[in-house]
Design a protein around this ligand. Structure first.
Ligand SMILES: [Mg+2]
Length: 439
């Protein structure tokens, strides 16, 4: 960037999108343009909708992007939990990128400086077969240098086993049937799964499914975890996720079985809204509990932290409220003696946003990268995002540390529903409402 930027007179002039698929899911990448040629990069939460960001365009045009907190407070009323926060958070990230570039400093510096020069990565690992196979796949990760592991351990492993699960007859068969219908490339969410009977099946909260683990099912999962530990040893931390939609009592039974395997955390055993159920699990077992990837705003982490049930908060930058809010969540967790790890299943833009927060937050432990097996993922940005021996180096370049996006690759990976990258978003210029939540 040769032209000198004047931060005082910087103004937002436009916002545009490119939707790509397979990174590993659908990602809406954001560019926010300014009156001085400076462009900021952001991203909507994985498998969300660009509409959540587009509807905010008319609310940010003309604003100075360096006033991040002011703009965030203007738009935060349009965010909700999980994917509904994607627009607010994606814009917030792009504002940090612009402010950093305008003032010539990296985001971590604007957050107060860093606690570390490199950020520990953990990656989800999938494997067919039994615990030994999973263990071997995890050993491969360890050979690549990863120092922290996570895997799935839940009812998915029992779906093909006899007498391991009980449920209203026919329910599990329907789940199995839909799973085979909705196999899409790259693990993207199939929109059909969000409609009709399939929606009702997969969106029944844990306690209401009627699914229970049998003793045989518990034995199976116990042995699976034992076999994993036999391969990877007991010295490396491992977290588990995707227990499946089982009720709180079954979570407790399973957690008790798994205490001896020294878990880093058990993730999202029940919906995060159910603070009392988290408390029940925490009081019944010594397995550390973690949640947070679907929680919007610091204030919604508070009841869980106050309950004393959590060992780990696990926010996603693109749901929690963006860079500053996630940093605040980390600080609040520290007050309760709780660690922060970060959930991330998006493109290198979101990954770098998380790297800056991780660098600047003391109680940070590990950052998830969901795409280590997607060969082109790291090439989406220049300079190429490098994971070296299980770590990402914290960049010193201004803003997020992205010089440019790989436009050719973005063209190649465009989602078929949005065949033109960075097309005009003029239709959102006049979106308007009386945005006040009191009278
Ligand atoms: Mg998870």
């Amino acid at each position: 960037m040769s032209k000198k930027i004047d931060p005082a007179t910087l103004k937002i002039t436009d916002m545009r999108f490119a939707d790509i698929d397979g990174a590993p899911k659908r990602c809406t990448l954001i560019k926010i343009f300014t009156n001085q040629g400076l462009v900021g990069y952001g991203e909507v939460r994985d498998a969300s909708s660009r509409t959540y960001a587009a509807m905010l365009k008319s609310r940010i045009i003309g604003e100075n992007p360096c006033n991040i907190d002011k703009i965030f407070r203007r738009i935060k009323q349009f965010g909700g939990h999980s994917r509904q926060a994607g627009g607010v958070c994606g814009i917030e990230v792009a504002l940090w990128d612009l402010a950093g570039k305008a003032w010539g400093v990296p985001v971590w510096q604007l957050l107060g400086g860093k606690f570390r020069d490199q950020v520990r990565i953990y990656c989800d690992t999938d494997s067919e077969g039994g615990g030994r196979d999973m263990g071997k796949a995890l050993v491969e990760r360890m050979k690549q240098g990863y120092t922290y592991l996570k895997m799935d351990l839940g009812i998915e492993l029992l779906m093909k086993q006899k007498n391991c699960l009980s449920a209203p007859l026919g329910f599990l068969e329907k789940m199995r049937e839909y799973k085979t219908v909705f196999v899409t490339p790259h693990g993207s969410i199939d929109p059909r799964a969000m409609r009709g009977e399939a929606y009702d099946l997969f969106n029944t909260p844990h306690g209401l499914t009627g699914i229970h683990l049998t003793e045989k099912g518990l034995d199976y999962l116990d042995k699976y975890m034992h076999d994993v530990r036999s391969e990877i040893g007991y010295e490396i931390p491992i977290a588990i996720d995707h227990l499946g939609h089982i009720p709180v009592e079954d979570c407790i039974k399973l957690a008790k079985r798994l205490e001896k395997y020294n878990l880093a955390w058990m993730e999202d055993p029940v919906p995060w809204q159910l603070t009392d159920q988290y408390k029940r699990i925490a009081q019944a077992t010594t397995v550390p509990l973690g949640t947070g990837e679907d929680i919007y705003l610091k204030e919604n982490f508070k009841p869980l932290l106050e309950s004393g049930a959590l060992a780990v908060v696990h926010p996603d930058i693109l749901t929690a409220g963006g860079i500053l809010e996630t940093h605040k969540i980390g600080d609040m967790a520290e007050d309760y003696g709780v660690q922060m790890s970060i959930h991330m299943a998006e493109s290198p833009i979101a990954c770098l946003a998380a790297v800056h927060v991780a660098a600047a937050t003391r109680n940070f432990m590990a950052l998830e990268v969901h795409s280590v097996d997607v060969p082109w993922w790291a090439d989406l940005v220049a300079p190429r995002l490098k994971i070296q021996d299980g770590y990402i180096a914290v960049p010193d370049a201004p803003g997020l540390g992205i010089e440019s996006l790989n436009e050719k690759l973005i063209e190649e990976k465009l989602h078929p529903d949005f065949p033109v990258a960075w097309a005009s978003t003029e239709e959102w210029d006049k979106e308007w409402a009386n945005d006040r939540q009191w009278s």
